[in-house]
Design a protein around this ligand. Structure first.
Ligand code: HEM
Length: 227
């Protein structure tokens, strides 16, 4: 019993720390990446703008603003006390999150098409957009059917994809530091590798969290109940 309680409180502390890290990095990236696109001036863009596509900058603005909002709302939706005590707030924030992801992903299709970051990165963005929308639709369908646990699983998958915006920028910084040492690494190499790594690693971490947090804890509870 004592061991069980200690393990449970350690898990609770670890979960809170990870949640805090996730929330702080989401706020940090939203605050750093989105403002250049609020000015409406293409000169402030952090990305090279395609000279042949007049709508390129506009697609980045329409993408960055709602996507940044989704990045900020996500961590709140995973807070169990907030969900339990304020279910209406959870539903409203969930709807805002959904609309933000739909707007952000539709604009991402244009941003990917106009992108000058190279074909492999464009393919990664198309894959990410499809997975982002698919996991959102699944999460929505599950909650409409009242399947709360499945809804949570799909939302973990969906937010892991939203969070690729954070890990992409972390890998970019690491890659840029490495490219100072390994001078054969071009910016395009670092960028393409970072985009793909941010998707793949986040998907793997999400599946790990799902198995450990939901499936394993259900198995533990069943064992306790039958003991
Ligand atoms: C998860 C799905 C997402 C997809 C598919 C996606 C797609 C894209 C694409 C295609 C571009 C243009 C990249 C290029 O031309 O190289 C881009 C840029 C950008 N995205 Fe996203 N994105 C996603 C999530 C997010 C999120 C959650 C944010 C929130 C901060 C965000 C903020 C931005 C910003 C600010 C840019 C402009 C580039 C920069 O200044 O860093 N994106 N995104």
């Amino acid at each position: 019993m004592g061991v069980c309680m200690t393990t449970a409180s350690t898990m609770g502390r670890r979960r809170r720390t990870l949640w805090g890290l996730m929330a702080v990095s989401a706020i940090g990236i939203a605050a750093f990446a989105v403002p250049p696109y609020l000015s409406g001036d293409p000169a402030n863009s952090n990305l090279a703008i395609n000279p042949d596509a007049t709508l390129h900058f506009l697609s980045l603005v329409v993408h960055a603003v709602p996507s940044g909002l989704a990045l900020l709302i996500g961590p709140l939706q995973f807070l169990t006390p907030l969900r339990d005590r304020h279910p209406r707030l959870h539903r409203i924030a969930g709807r805002v999150y959904m609309v933000s992801v739909v707007c952000g992903s539709l604009a991402a299709l244009f941003a990917a098409t106009f992108s000058v970051s190279g074909f492999p990165a464009q393919v990664a963005f198309y894959v990410l957009t499809a997975a982002w929308l698919y996991s959102l639709v699944q999460a929505y369908r599950c909650i409409r059917r009242g399947e709360v646990r499945l809804h949570r699983i799909w939302m973990i998958r969906n937010y892991a994809l939203t969070f690729a915006a954070v890990t992409l920028r972390v890998y970019l910084v690491i890659g840029m530091v490495l490219s100072k040492q390994y001078t054969w690494l071009t910016f395009e190499d670092v960028y393409t590798a970072s985009v793909w790594a941010s998707i793949l690693i986040n998907v793997i971490v999400a599946e790990y969290v799902i198995v450990q947090g939901i499936v394993a804890s259900t198995a533990r509870r069943r064992r306790r109940e039958s003991a």
